[in-house]
Design a protein around this ligand. Structure first.
Ligand code: ATP
Length: 547
């Protein structure tokens, strides 16, 4: 049976207190309300009460998200910039199936590693089965007192928790029994976790929320539903790229360093989907696996980290709301410990404010994935990259054959910039949302023109005197290139208000003067300034502004 949430439920608040909950929550509520009212985002299967962790993009939302994904594809695959080596990046795209041979997920570690509902201690790095943890607390819980966690069945752990409670309550251990209360961790709301001292740390609030370690959604392929036909919806797009590494190298002219990019759906059975689309169970990723020589990892890692950070700014996220967070060594995945690093590009969402939430991760994954697939598929060294150019160079330089063989056949290392299209879209919505009591709409969505769902609106000032015909002609021309709208309903103020809420950067009004001199009025969304331009220049005007 599916989990359901009421269609009108506000986004759950962040587990961390923001310091200013009323203001930030109400901003998020306003964004959610606008998204529904104007058709950016709807709850999935809303008429049946929705389904937790799944969202639909409405007419404006789908344009916004497409603009984000298309800008990414354009800037990453079609027209990438210059890389760390001073050469134009060598990039190709891929579109893999969502369901793959389940062996892929065995090799990647997802099948073996994803099993139970777990909580982690951020301080001690201890990991516990959520149903194995209990807490001791005082009987008359005031809602503020501390709770001390212990591992069920571990006497030493339980005693430690009791001692801590007796100290906190200032009662001797023998007398504690009267005040003593034991509860399973699973009965405690995540919002109360800040009061729990984990078994192996000294301060409260270090336990993460419980997470199902096996986050993969299962399905069956074929007529029979048994172990043999079990398959998974991919939890990331990356593995499709790794398993196609050989195919891409053999069929395109890429040479290390080069990248393979993919945009596509991923599915994770998140234990607690929350914060609107931020943590969904179905979402889209925009991932790059960039294959490099191992000795160039540091420079390529820095290149991608900085290039990706700059890209988010280029599409309108302000630097004040973005931060680059380098992971500490002890946060890193085991294969990344010796590597160039891992960092997250984070955005200050209203529900994380004053903190930040991950938008994209950039990781040096070394050769972990290719080697794992080489081993599990039985392809072994056949999955290695062969650098023929280097071979010829070394031969010409008289390098001994043994040394050449070592250098020219290898598993490339990988730098992986992995971004979320839904979190990106949410960040664009949050960034754009601007209260403006001075406008009839009371709000304006200040999207970067490249991201704006509607690029321009064309208004005939009145529904007569040939104005609708001229507007129609302009509309018919511009729509061949951009998503534009024509609107002749209600007065001009109401039309502006509709476009302010949709975040349309330019409104083009055909008026009396147009009939005389073939110019129209351009109204700029953010500054409210108006200027006149010739109809013949409108195309160029929009091209310059939208890019
Ligand atoms: P988190 O720590 O927030 O769970 P993650 O580190 O597991 O994220 P990755 O596996 O690195 O995320 O996935 C890459 C990107 O995919 C993330 O930066 C994020 O933008 C997006 N993403 C991951 N999980 C979700 C989700 N449940 N809902 C929406 N987007 C997601």
């Amino acid at each position: 049976m599916s989990e359901q949430t009421p269609a009108s439920s506000p986004p759950p608040s962040s587990p961390k207190p923001s310091g200013k909950p009323v203001v930030t929550q109400s901003k998020m509520e306003k964004i959610v309300a606008l998204c529904k009212r104007r058709g950016f985002i709807f709850q999935s299967s809303e008429i049946y009460g929705g389904i937790n962790g799944f969202w639909d993009y409405g007419p404006l939302g789908v344009e916004l998200k497409r603009n984000l994904k298309e800008a990414w594809w354009q800037d990453i695959v079609r027209c990438p910039g210059v890389g760390a080596d001073g050469e134009v990046l060598d990039m190709v795209g891929l579109d893999c199936s969502i369901i793959m041979n389940p062996k892929v997920w065995v090799a990647s570690g997802h099948v073996g590693g994803f099993a139970d509902l777990k909580v982690d201690c951020k301080e001690s790095k201890g990991r516990y089965r959520a149903d194995h943890l209990f807490v001791v607390t005082n009987r008359t819980d005031s809602g503020t007192s501390l709770m001390f966690a212990f591992i069920a069945g571990d006497e030493a752990s339980e005693l430690k928790a009791q001692k801590r409670l007796s100290k906190a309550e200032k009662v001797s251990l023998p007398l504690l029994t009267e005040k003593y209360h034991v509860k399973p961790l699973t009965s405690i709301a995540v919002s109360e976790f800040h009061r729990i001292v984990s078994p192996d740390s000294d301060k409260p609030g270090t336990l993460t929320e419980p997470r199902m370690f096996n986050l993969m959604n299962q399905t069956y392929v074929g007529a029979v539903q048994d172990e043999e036909s079990k398959a998974y919806l991919r939890p990331e797009t990356a593995q499709g790229i790794f398993v196609n590494f050989r195919n891409v190298v053999d069929t395109s002219r890429v040479k290390v360093p080069f990248g393979i990019a993919q945009v596509g759906k991923a599915f994770r059975n998140e234990v607690t989907p929350r914060n609107y689309t931020f943590r969904s169970r179905e979402f889209e990723q925009m991932e790059i696996e960039f294959f490099i020589r191992p000795d160039t990892a540091n420079e390529w890692y820095k290149y991608w980290r900085d290039a990706r950070f700059a890209w988010w700014q280029s599409i309108g996220l302000s630097s004040a709301n973005l931060q680059l967070r380098e992971h500490d060594k002890d946060e890193l995945a085991h294969y990344a410990k010796a590597g160039a690093g891992t960092s997250d590009i984070e955005y200050k969402f209203p529900f994380t404010d004053p903190g930040f939430g991950e938008l994209e991760g950039i990781a040096h994954r070394a050769d972990f994935d290719l080697k794992a697939h080489a081993q599990h598929s039985g392809l072994g060294d056949n999955l290695k990259y062969f650098d023929q150019e280097l071979q010829l160079k070394l031969q010409a330089a008289g390098v001994p054959k043994e040394e050449i063989d070592k250098q020219v056949k290898y598993f490339p290392h990988v730098i992986e910039p992995s971004a979320g299209a839904d979190r990106g879209t949410l960040a664009l919505l949050c960034e754009a949302y601007t209260d403006d009591p001075g406008r009839p709409s009371g709000v304006v969505m200040k999207f970067h023109p490249r991201m704006a769902p509607i690029k321009a609106a064309i208004f005939p000032l009145v529904d007569k005197d040939g104005m609708p015909e001229i507007a129609q002609k302009i509309y018919a021309d511009l729509r061949k290139t951009w998503n534009v709208q024509i609107d002749n309903k209600q007065n001009i103020g109401k039309r502006y208000a509709r476009m302010d809420e949709a975040g349309t950067p330019f409104c083009l009004t055909v008026d009396t003067q147009t009939l005389q001199d073939q110019t129209l009025t351009v109204r700029h969304r953010d500054t409210l300034q108006q200027e006149r331009i010739a109809i013949s220049n409108v195309r160029q005007f929009l091209a310059d502004k939208i890019g």
